[in-house]
Design a protein around this ligand. Structure first.
Ligand code: ADP
Length: 309
C-alpha cells in the first residue's frame, strides 16, 4: 500500500488493492479507498474504507506484516481471524473479508461509526439505568450466541463494545478469544485486561471457562453505572489484589437502585460456579422489568442522558 498521509495527518487519496481470481481463472482487482482514521490497537491501525465498485463503507484493520515476526503474534492473528470469521450475530461486529498484499494484512469489518462504550462513558461520565439495561441486554444476546458456539471472548470491556450508526451494540476484538474443543474443558492462559479480569484467570492453576465473560459483564455494568471499574487503582498489582479479595464498594454519592446493586453483587462472585448464568441475569429484577427496555437508544444519548419520558 502506498501510504501518502502527510505529517499534518491530512487525508490524501490512498487506494489499496485486492488481487482476486475470478471463476474463469482470470485475475481481477478490487479497489478500496482508505478514509478516516478510526483508531489504533496493539498491532492494527483502523480506517474507514470504501469498496470503490459498490461504494459500501467498511472498517479496515490494517496490520503491517513486518510487525508479526514473533510466532505468537502471528498465531494470535490467525486465531482471531479464524474465530471471528465463523461468527454471525446482530450484536457482534460482522467480519466481512480478509486479504493480504506484500506489506499488510487487511481485515474488513462492519463499520461502527459511533465509537465504543469507553468513549461514551468518558463523554457522559456515567449512564442511566435504562441505558445500562438496554446495553446489558444486547451484550447478553452476543454472549449467549458466542457461548453456544463454545467461544469465550476473554477480553470483554467497554473499549470492545462498539456502537454502529443505528446505535446497535456490537461486540468486537476477538484477539483473546478461544474456542473450547470438548465439554468441560478449562483454559489456563493468563489473559485479559487488568480491570476486567476474573479472579480464576489470575490463578492460572485452577483453569477458567465461560464464567470469565460473566465476571467481566459485572465489571462493565458497575463501570457504566458508577463511571469507573470497581477494582481500579493506580497500579496493576493492587488491582489484582483487590480482585482476589473481591474488595470493592458502591460509592455513596452515586444513586443506583437496589436491584442494580444486587445483580452486580451476584455477578462479582469469586466462585465462578456461583455466578448467575446469562439466562439468570436476564431473569433478575434489574433486567426483567416488564418490557420497558428499548431495543436501541436515540443518538442524542451519545452526548446527554435520555429524557425521562
Ligand atoms: P487491536 O486488536 O490491535 O487492539 P482493535 O480491534 O482494538 O485493534 O482496533 C483498534 C481501534 O480501531 C479501536 O480502538 C477502534 O477505535 C477502531 N476500530 C476497530 N474496529 C472497528 C470497527 N469495526 N468500526 C469502527 N472502529 C473500529
Amino acid at each position: 500500500m502506498d501510504d501518502k498521509t502527510n505529517q499534518e495527518g491530512a487525508e490524501q487519496l490512498v487506494i489499496f488493492e485486492e488481487k482476486i481470481t475470478t471463476v474463469n481463472g482470470q485475475g481481477a482487482i478490487k479497489k478500496y479507498q482508505r478514509g478516516k482514521f478510526l483508531g489504533k490497537g496493539g498491532f492494527a491501525k483502523c480506517y474507514e474504507a470504501t469498496i470503490l465498485e459498490s461504494k459500501k463503507v467498511l472498517a479496515a484493520k490494517i496490520i503491517v506484516k513486518s510487525s508479526l515476526t514473533k510466532n505468537r503474534a502471528r498465531q494470535k492473528l490467525i486465531s482471531e481471524i479464524k474465530i471471528h470469521k465463523s461468527l454471525q450475530n446482530t450484536n457482534i461486529v460482522q467480519f466481512e473479508h480478509v486479504f493480504e498484499d506484500h506489506e499488510n494484512v487487511y481485515i474488513l469489518l462492519e463499520l461502527c461509526s459511533n465509537q465504543t462504550l469507553n468513549e461514551l462513558i468518558k463523554r457522559r461520565k456515567r449512564l442511566t439505568e435504562i441505558e445500562v439495561q438496554c446495553y446489558v441486554g444486547q451484550i447478553i444476546n452476543a454472549l449467549k450466541y458466542l457461548h453456544a458456539q463454545k467461544v469465550i471472548h476473554r477480553d470483554l470491556k467497554l473499549g470492545n463494545l462498539f456502537l454502529n450508526k443505528s446505535m446497535e451494540l456490537k461486540l468486537g476484538d476477538f484477539g483473546l478469544a478461544t474456542k473450547l474443543e470438548f465439554e468441560g474443558e478449562k483454559k489456563r492462559t493468563i489473559c485479559g485486561t487488568p480491570n476486567y479480569i476474573a479472579p480464576e484467570v489470575l490463578d492460572g492453576r485452577v483453569g477458567h471457562s465461560f464464567e470469565v465473560d460473566v465476571w467481566s459483564l459485572g465489571v462493565i455494568m458497575y463501570a457504566m453505572l458508577i463511571g469507573k471499574p470497581p477494582f481500579e487503582t493506580p497500579d496493576v498489582k493492587t488491582t489484582y489484589r483487590k480482585i482476589r479479595l473481591n474488595s470493592y464498594s458502591f460509592p455513596e454519592h452515586v444513586l443506583i437502585s437496589d436491584s442494580a446493586k444486587s445483580l452486580i453483587t451476584r455477578i462479582l462472585n469469586l466462585d465462578p460456579s456461583q455466578r448467575p448464568t446469562l439466562d439468570e441475569i436476564m431473569a433478575h429484577p434489574f433486567m426483567n422489568t416488564g418490557g420497558t427496555i428499548p431495543k436501541t437508544l436515540p443518538l442524542s444519548t451519545l452526548a446527554c442522558p435520555p429524557s425521562a419520558s
